[in-house]
Design a protein around this ligand. Sequence first.
Ligand code: ADP
Ligand code: MG
Length: 409
Amino acid sequence: MSRLCMRTFLESPLSSKYRLPISPSSAVQIRGNTYMFGSQTQVWSNVKQQSLDEAASKSSIRLTPFQMLWAGRFKDGTHLLKSAQFLRKELPIRIARRVVDFQKLPHIVLCNPVIHDVYELYLRAFSVLNKFPKVETLELEERYNRIIRQLLDDHQNVVTNLAEGFHECQRNVPYETIDAFLNRTLTSRLGIRMLAEHHLALSIDKPNYIGIVCTHLNFRQLVERCSDFARQVCEHTYGIAPGLIVNGHTQAVFPYIPAPLEYILQELLKNAMRASVEHHLDRPLEVPNIVVTLCSNDTDFYVRVSDRGGGIPESKLQDIFKYSYTTMGDRSTIRPSDDPNIFSDLCKGHPNNSPSGGPMAGWGFGLPTSRAYATYLGGSLELQSLEGLGTDVYLRLRHIDGKKESFRI
Ligand code: ADP
Ligand code: MG
């Protein structure tokens, strides 16, 4: 292939005429990375581009968490049928949009084997869900649930895979393209997983829970649980970890969906602990506590995480919210299978085993993903660095039973 041909081939997005999945047939090395090129034939021959485009163009319905709660519970299971029927219509639309979004990526990105695998996962999910018959009986609902559970498992490592894939091809694509694509993909994934997990959880009786919504979330306990988790990962990495002080509205209890909040808090606490320990490597017995301040008012709730980890130099401040930006350095020490994944073990109980909320640091996904989630949840994430002293991170999220309308899933 001539240089000019190769350039055009690498940089142009797939034209709409050929927006079909690529079947990788040969591996090519470009600038040290492997790319899969091949004829543009369908991998999932039963998925027609037309059905994808049709599904993607339908309007999607986004529910508030309260609308999800009001679905009610009936002894005859009609609420389960209604919920499954809603998902059966909604999920193919959302997944088709993801597939089409992947297809619009520059060709060089979609040819990355790891990203291509994720693309195929979405394609397969669309194929399976789009052909599922109308859920009219509880037997069919049970079959539908098995499929949903399987898909949730299959997609468990998607965030890690995207992190790996985009890290590999970041030099070939404008950062704005990566940023916009990842913000859309990660928040849409969050929404899809919340809907799917909510439906599956509707048939489980758990005190204080309706589906994935905790009706009496103890703010302080949740923060402490996340801190225990971050401390374990920190001790595993450095042998020590800072203590934690929680102050402010420590008695607050309100309804919320814990999983995304837990993900964000874990990431913020891991960052704060890492900075605190690394800033005191010569004085390990003097690592200062992390201070977490809680606040809950009529419309929003806040978490401020303050550390004495030395802050962030001004020259680096514009980079820290970029995907793949990290100062951790040696990626070889990181287990790529660790998934910074919501609905990880953390939601089911205490995370004793592997750090399924991600490693200590190294993918550069903690801050940008947390900010994307916070925005999706109707809130914000801001950071204030006092260079030489420490960092304050402010997380604001909208109440789901507050005076203003909450986010939609
Ligand atoms: P990672 O933790 O994988 O490096 P993040 O997105 O969580 O990725 O953070 C990006 C970078 O921002 C970190 O590598 C670190 O340099 C910086 N950073 C984040 N939080 C803090 C903090 N509390 N104190 C100092 N630096 C921080
Ligand atoms: Mg981090």
